[in-house]
Every structure is written in C-alpha cells, then in structure tokens.
Design a protein around this ligand. Structure first.
Ligand code: TRP
Ligand code: SF4
Length: 404
C-alpha cells in the first residue's frame, strides 16, 4: 500500500441473505478483493439492514451470516488485509444513526427511491415501518462512522450514498460551525453589496439545508459576478458555501461497481429470484447437471442443425469464462454444425469447476472449523469498534452529549 492509498478508506456492506452465487462473486466480491490490496478496507455484514425487511424470519439470520462470511473468504477476502465485522456487534452504529436522525428532514427519507420501490416490490411484507424508512440513514451512519472516502456499490445504492453526502454536509453545517471563520465570511459578505449578499445567503441556505445543487450554482454565480470583492474574499465565500466550518464527517464518494451482468443459467441476469444461479460453493454434480440441461439456441434441434451463438444463453457464459481465441473456434463450430452443444458446454463446465475448486479450497478451513470465522469476526469487530468510538467521541462532543 502506498502512502497515498493509506489515506483512502473503503467501506461496504452486504445484507446476509444466504449463500452467495457467482453473480455476487464476479459482480461484487472480486472488486472487494482488488480494493483490499489498494486501500484500508472495512467490509461488514449488514444484519440490521436485513431485519428492516425480514424481521419476521429472525432464526435464519444466524446461518446466513456465517455462510456469507465463508463465501467472502472463499472469494479471497483476507481478514489480515481487510477488517471484517458484523454491524450489530458494533452497536455504535445505532447511536450514530440515532444522532443523525435528529437533523434528518423526513422529506429526505421519503424521497429516497428505494423506500417506495421496495414497498411496491415486496408486497407480502409490511414495510410501512419506522425502521424501513430509516434504512438509508442507517446506511449513512455505517459509512460516516468510518469516515470512508469511497463506497463501492451497485447502481441501485447510489442514491443512498448521495443521501449520506447530504447528511454529512448538513451535520457539518449544524454542528461544525467555526465562529471566527463565520465572522470573516460575514465581513466579506458586507463588501459584496446588499443585493448580491442577500442572493448568496438565501441560495447558500438552500444548498446546505436541502442539498439543492442549483442553489449552490446560483450562490457561486453571485460571488463570481461581483467586482466589489478581493480574490481573498471570493475564496473565503466560496469555502463558506460548503459549510463554513469544521468537517466532522467527511463526504464519501460512491465507487460505482460496473454492472458486470453475470448471466444466469437461462440467459437472464443471475439472481436468486429467477432461480437461475450457480452458488459459489455449489456441489460439482449439481453444477454439471444444471449446465448440461441448459437451453441452447432453439434452432439447434438436432446435432446437424447449424446454430447462432448470439441466441444461446450458454454463449453468454462463455463470455465470462472462455478466451477469445477458443471462443472464435466454438462460434465457428456452432454456426457450421461442426460441433454439438455438448462439445461446446464441456470446456465451459471445466472452467466453472476449476473456478469453484479454488473457491472451495479457500473456504475449506472455515467449513472444517466454524470457530475460525468467529475468530475473524471477533478481531474485526474489536478493530471496527475502536474506529467507531473515535468518530463517536467527536460526534458526541459536537452534539453536546459528551459529559465530562
Ligand atoms: N444497502 C446495501 C445493500 O443492500 C447494504 C449496505 C448497508 C451498505 N450499509 C452499507 C453498502 C454501507 C455500502 C455501505 O446492498
Ligand atoms: Fe449454444 Fe454452443 Fe450449442 Fe451453439 S454450440 S447453440 S453456442 S451451446
């Protein structure tokens, strides 16, 4: 790790929904494995987040949590390099969530897209709860607790990171006021001229309190357009625009994980809800049976019928597992009916089983000895609590609940 990378801090979490599949591996975990080499990483099991929607199935959680952690190790996540922990074992998350809730306008939560979307999607559950409304704020607490600079997430989670940035800004605005800085900014403002100063202040408040980016631009314009003030004044007012005080909780950035759409066994995206998955630690016989019974180009009824790889879900998987030279050979064989579908599936199966052998080997010590994952979590939670306490001490001081 270079000095520069040490100052980068990555945090991400996953809800424990059961055993992970190859979509999780190729889409998320391989990215985490890369990140653990480049930056200080915190990865955690978001069990409280799972409870917001699955509160009626508490007994499944225990199994899911450990299964998921073993899948993380199987992927190559290394507890010597990254800090791994379980959210509920670091109860500081609950305190930060509560304190942030004091300054969170209800409207901000009501307009997070996932709130209504998930209620629509999970109709069989009652999600008109206080806990579910707070889901993205709990996530903000997770992120801000570790002062993460980067949060690797999929596209669906970007609004949650956006909310986190707005919460951080508002928190710093409300609790990070630096009196002398504010005084100097007000002096600069008096030199700006009455009309421009008024426009600036109004837009600044809209930006800081509502996260209105257009307002930020118009406040910027009000200072840029003025000939009355020195460049020093301009700089000060420009800094004041983004809070004007101490940064207690820095704003994180979403690191958008490119949507590597892992194909499932039916040509759709691999997903538990489509029942088309291969698990990371699947049974080789099952993988083999499911791959061999996969549908292919419907035009290839008989061995001698030529096919079109573009119409075949097996082909989508070859894009992930097969080198381009070999792929060209297979495509040619398919189009000319030179090979049969079994010949085409065989090298894919070999590649899949080879990959799974590596995953299973990494998981084996944890499967054999369940105490090992507990030890990893014990150590990770202790480290997480240490960092969390540091942040919370500053937060408690800022909000006035650190009694000395
Ligand atoms: N909401 C995330 C998901 O469903 C999980 C999560 C919880 C998370 N807290 C987080 C992700 C903090 C990143 C950072 O995938
Ligand atoms: Fe699909 Fe391969 Fe059969 Fe062609 S030969 S239809 S690409 S499985």
């Amino acid at each position: 790790m270079s000095a520069d990378n040490r100052s980068r801090r990555i945090l991400s979490g996953m809800r424990p929904t059961g055993r992970l599949h190859l979509g999780h591996y190729h889409g998320v975990l391989k990215n985490w494995v890369r990140l653990q080499e480049e930056a200080e990483c915190f990865f955690f099991v978001a069990d409280w987040h799972a409870l917001t929607t699955h509160y009626e199935e508490p007994t499944a959680m225990d199994v899911h949590v450990w299964d998921m952690l073993v899948d993380w190790m199987a992927s190559g996540i290394d507890p010597e390099k990254a800090t791994l922990f379980i959210q509920s074992r670091v109860p500081q998350h609950a305190e930060l969530h509560l304190l942030l809730s004091m300054i969170t306008p209800l409207g901000w939560l009501l307009r997070v897209p996932s709130f209504k979307d998930q209620q629509q999607k999970l109709k069989d559950r009652d999600l008109a709860t206080y806990g579910f409304l707070g889901y993205p704020l709990l996530q903000s607490a997770d992120i801000l607790m570790y002062r993460a600079t980067g949060v690797p997430v999929g596209e669906d989670q970007v609004p949650h990171v956006e909310l986190t940035r707005e919460i951080a800004r508002r928190f710093n605005h409300v609790f990070g006021r630096d009196a002398s800085f504010e005084e100097k900014a007000n002096e600069a403002l008096s030199r700006l001229g009455k009309k421009a100063a008024k426009a600036y202040s109004k837009a600044r408040a809209q930006w800081l309190q509502e996260g209105n980016t257009e307002a930020r631009e118009s406040a910027s314009a009000a200072i840029a357009g003025s000939a009355n003030i020195s460049s020093e004044d301009r700089e000060r007012l420009s800094g004041f625009l983004d809070g004007g005080g101490r940064v207690i909780l820095p704003e994180p950035e979403a690191l958008l994980t490119p949507a590597a759409k892992m194909p499932g066994l039916d040509g759709q995206k691999m997903s538990k809800s489509y029942n088309n998955t291969i698990q990371m630690r699947d049974d080789p016989e099952r993988v083999s049976a499911r791959l061999m019974s996969m549908p292919t180009d419907p035009a290839r009824q008989r061995r001698n019928d030529p096919g079109d790889p573009e119409k075949c879900p097996v082909w989508d998987l070859h894009q992930v597992y097969t080198e381009s030279e070999k792929r060209a050979e297979l495509a040619e064989g398919c189009k000319s009916a030179g090979i049969g579908c079994i010949d085409c599936k065989k090298p894919l199966l070999d590649a899949l089983l080879e990959e799974q052998a590596v995953l299973r080997e990494r998981a084996a010590p944890f499967e054999k000895n369940p105490a090992r994952a507990r030890e990893v979590i014990e150590t990770g939670c202790a480290r997480a609590r240490e960092v969390a306490e540091e942040t919370l001490d500053e937060v408690r001081t800022a909000v006035g609940t650190l009694y000395t």
